[in-house]
Design a protein around this ligand. Structure first.
Ligand SMILES: Nc1ncnc2c1ncn2[C@@H]1O[C@H](COP(=O)(O)O)[C@@H](O)[C@H]1OP(=O)(O)O
Ligand SMILES: [Mg+2]
Ligand SMILES: [Mg+2]
Ligand SMILES: [Mg+2]
Length: 420
């Protein structure tokens, strides 16, 4: 194969869903991303459209050329520990949640004591367990508001919570962290990420609105290596261990708290947040949209419910939408609770990498496919933002061509309606 390593690398970075282990690369990509010409209205990425055959042969080359520098086992186990500890902190805060815990940030989104505490804790665990001169963390929060005089009491509460959680865990025999230590831990999340080296990616509480309502939220932590997501963990403290659509409410309420974890090439596992009941999970295998259900944001401000409704109708989905907050949707999808996730953000909203990186690998390692609304693979290598065409869609490999067709048709309809 004459293709040079750098060309293959650049190509595969752009077009290869990172759920594929190198060995599966060429086979699956040729089946998933370059759909047959019968789906003519599906917009594929332009280079792939021009030459699917070349794309597949290049990807075959990449399958044999690329190898991962490590299996990321240690990183996965540390990520699980960090997310589990952060989940404990968040659960304690949600238990006592008072509206006065909500601070106003410049972007007006609610930020809670648990957001900061979770970020400080994850940053602390990662740095302590995986010391490295090149440690890099891309995280949602920063300490700007917390350093204000008016936030002194809040900072004290966060510091106390972080120390209590560390003490409860018992594995770190250290003097208590100071408020300055906590601020510094939060601010280690200021990295810009990018295509080179390793970067941890953290949403300390994804789905803040769900958290405040007492509903679903997630602690979402992922590792990028050379721009690819290689590890992902989702702590979902309120997600039932049984499928979300289980009719027996007692079963749903009796055991909540899921930890999803995925490592590139090693599949996705789910266990309870207390560490028991580990099981390998897989996305729904259904090929029939009529028997499938779809997830979308609880918040209409986060995703266009009307458009999703139209897409679901085109697919023939019978069930009503399942609306829950946060990347818990990716977790639920990875174990087959539903077959579709539709996230079509409102015009002007830019997705962030921490809102999708962990969920992306949890679903793709469970056999799912995640693309933007034009069928492009997601590219986590461009810094803090994730630039996508119109929206993010998720399903299994069999249903993706159908879903892309429906999404494209619904978008065209809404565009022509808007231009009238
Ligand atoms: N206007 C918005 N449109 C889309 N997503 C948003 C918007 N504002 C915040 N988000 C982020 O969307 C995610 C929640 O999506 P969902 O609707 O799936 O629960 C969260 O990551 C939330 O950030 P945050 O982490 O601060 O909660
Ligand atoms: Mg936020
Ligand atoms: Mg988020
Ligand atoms: Mg958040």
């Amino acid at each position: 194969m004459a293709t040079s390593y750098s060309v293959v690398r650049a190509f595969s970075k752009r077009y290869t869903p990172s759920f594929l282990s190198p060995l599966l690369l060429s086979f699956n990509v040729c089946n998933l991303s370059f759909f047959p010409s019968s789906s003519s209205s599906v917009a594929l990425s332009s280079e792939a459209k021009k030459s699917p055959a070349r794309a597949c042969s290049s990807l075959s080359a990449s399958a044999t050329t690329m190898s991962f520098s490590s299996s990321y086992e240690k990183e996965l186990s540390v990520a699980k520990k960090a997310a589990s500890l952060a989940a404990k902190l968040c659960q304690a805060v949600q238990f006592e949640l008072l509206q006065s815990d909500v601070q106003s940030k410049l972007d007006k989104s609610p930020v809670t004591i648990a957001d900061y505490g979770s970020q400080a804790l994850v940053s602390f665990v990662l740095e302590r367990e995986l010391p490295s001169e090149s440690f890099s963390l891309v995280a949602e929060e920063d300490s700007g508001d917390l350093r204000k005089d008016s936030a002194r009491e809040t900072l004290e509460r966060i510091t106390k919570l972080v120390n209590e959680t560390i003490a409860l865990d018992g594995s770190y025999v250290i003097p208590p962290l100071t408020a300055e230590d906590v601020l510094a831990a939060i601010d280690r999340g200021k990295s810009e990420g990018g295509p080179y080296g390793r970067h941890w990616v953290l949403d300390p509480i994804d789905g803040t609105k769900g958290f405040l309502r007492g509903d679903q939220y997630a602690i979402a932590l992922a590792l990028l290596d050379e721009g690819r997501v290689v590890v992902g963990v989702l702590g979902c403290p309120n997600l039932p261990l049984v499928p979300i659509n289980t009719v027996d409410k007692l079963a749903v309420d009796s055991a909540r708290g899921c930890l999803f974890s995925a490592r590139i090439g090693a599949g996705t596992h789910m266990e309870s947040l207390d560490g028991s009941q580990t099981q390998k999970v897989h996305v729904s295998a259904t090929e029939n949209p009529a028997e499938a259900s779809f997830f979308e944001s609880f918040e209409a401000a986060h995703s266009m419910h009307d458009l999703s409704k139209n897409i679901a109708q085109k697919l023939g989905v019978q069930a009503p939408p399942v609306r829950i907050d946060s990347q818990a949707k990716y977790g639920a999808l990875s174990r087959g609770d539903g077959a579709f996730y539709l996230r079509i953000a409102h015009r002007g909203y830019r997705e962030k990498i921490w809102d999708h990186a962990a969920g992306f690998i949890v679903v793709t390692e469970a056999g799912g496919v995640v693309t933007d609304a034009a069928g492009n693979a997601l590219d986590f290598s461009r810094g803090r933002y994730l630039d996508v065409d119109t929206g993010i869609i998720v399903t299994n490999a069999k249903l993706m061509p159908l879903l892309l067709n429906a999404v494209q048709a619904a978008i065209r309809e809404s565009q022509s309606a808007a231009s009238l």
